[in-house]
Design a protein around this ligand. Structure first.
Ligand SMILES: Cc1cc2nc3c(=O)[nH]c(=O)nc-3n(C[C@H](O)[C@H](O)[C@H](O)COP(=O)(O)O)c2cc1C
Length: 406
């Protein structure tokens, strides 16, 4: 049991995702952890405290003191007892309070008193998650040294679809196990370079040639590599993703294929692993008009010139200790084209997503990929979330990287 004897203090807030905290308590106890639960007064409207006290085999704490009783629940004692404080689900409201040091309930007071590491797993609706106030509070909590866990993407309690779901209990558990495990993380000390998103090639000051890439797959790869202990350099084309800051994450925003080439080549020398998931434009206007092109009665012809092939260039300068991974998005002869690309560009792996699979590729939160290695072996995966897909890709690459080192 990996969490044997660890003292976990779980804070539960007033979110519909509070039911997942019940599953989490069961799993923590199964792993041998000692669990104590603090609920906010609002959380008690979502899940009965009796459920938590039964599963944790401990009293559940909600108020500073119970009405009519002369004893108080000592938040300082609770904060000092814990090896780790986990707040899951963390509401927008509680995160705002914690970020600003408010102390009007037992959970907030315990957070301020705790000396142990704090993990925060947010859960809320899409628009609450993206609101500038929430983004600001997350940055403040991160800057204060808390470990912010990523949210999942999917159907939300409101019926909307998007980011904001509480991380799955298994994922939260993995984070806690990783924290208490003394073995180094598989990518500790390694530099991973990732490109993501589209490139925009300007035609004039208001128009561009672009593509439908959202950058979600590349971002999922970056988050997973960080969880595996790597330092990540993310060269990111224009997108609307919200990115959680991380001390080991450097984001380099770029717009054009030329800028992406320059940034990627600059950072490749220091990289142990490079994964090029961006959708780089193959062509760019030969000339960018300095002023907006006026509409006329005539047709307009644009001359396009080829952009530099980033993957092919990196393949020519790659060192034996480096792993280079490309993505292929094909619409026909997928496997054959991907295999040719791997050989031609001197790649170690190619990840193929086929536009023929519904739910895979651009814009989706899910993906269905196949991975080809240099030995011409294919591994096919089912339709998975982009986070799960990223985990498979990085596990495959990491195993090869470890085997390749002298
Ligand atoms: C049905 C329902 C579901 C809610 N789900 C969430 C949620 O997932 N995340 C969130 O930040 N707020 C959610 N709220 C709003 C919070 O419950 C509200 O902000 C509350 O004051 C939070 O209190 P607490 O942070 O002290 O637990 C929900 C409210 C209702 C009525």
């Amino acid at each position: 049991m990996t969490l044997q004897g660890k003292k976990i203090l779980l804070g539960v807030c007033g979110s519909i995702a509070a039911f997942k905290a019940v599953i989490l308590v069961r799993q923590l106890v199964k792993q041998g952890a000692m669990v104590r639960v603090i609920m906010t007064p609002d959380a008690a409207a979502f899940v009965a405290p009796l459920t938590f006290s039964t599963l944790s085999k401990n009293e559940v704490y909600i108020h500073f003191y119970e009405k009519g009783e002369q004893v108080w629940h000592n938040h300082v004692e609770l904060g000092l007892w814990a090896d780790l404080l986990l707040i899951a689900p963390a509401t927008a409201n509680t995160m705002a309070k914690l970020a600003n040091g408010l102390c009007d309930n037992l959970l907030c007071a315990t957070y301020l008193s705790a000396r142990c590491p704090v993990y925060i797993a947010p859960a809320m609706d899409l628009d609450m998650w993206q609101h500038p106030a929430t983004r600001r509070n997350i940055n403040l909590l991160q800057a204060a040294g808390n470990h912010m866990l990523s949210v999942g993407t999917g159907e939300l309690a409101s019926g909307l679809w998007g980011e904001g779901r509480l991380a799955e209990p298994e994922t939260i558990l993995q984070h806690l196990v990783a924290f208490f495990t003394t073995a180094p993380l598989p990518l500790a000390g390694k530099q991973v370079l990732i490109t993501a998103g589209p490139t925009y090639e300007p035609i004039d000051p208001v128009r561009f040639i672009g593509n439908r890439s959202s950058g979600k797959m590349g971002l999922a790869l970056a988050e997973t590599a960080l969880q595996m202990g790597a330092s990540v350099c993310l060269v990111l084309g224009t997108n609307s993703l919200s990115i959680n800051p991380h001390p080991k994450l450097t984001v380099i925003p770029v717009e054009t294929a030329e800028q992406m080439f320059a940034a990627t080549v600059t950072h490749f020398a220091a990289a142990h692993i490079a994964i090029l998931a961006a959708a780089v434009s193959d062509y760019t206007p030969a000339q960018t008009h300095p002023v907006k092109i006026k509409k006329t009665e005539q047709d307009l012809t644009l001359t396009l010139r080829k952009t530099k092939d980033i993957l092919a260039y990196l393949g020519t300068v790659k060192q034996p200790h480096q792993i280079l991974v490309g993505f292929a998005l094909e619409t026909n002869n997928e496997q054959e084209n991907a295999q040719q690309k791997l050989v031609k560009k001197n790649l170690d792996f190619i990840v193929l997503n086929s536009l023929q699979n519904p739910g895979a590729g651009f814009q989706h939160t899910t993906n269905q990929v196949s991975i080809l290695n240099k030995e011409n072996n294919w591994t096919h995966y089912p339709l998975l979330s982009k986070q799960e897909t990223a985990a498979h890709i990085l596990q495959t690459i990491t195993a090869a990287y470890q085997n390749q080192q002298p």
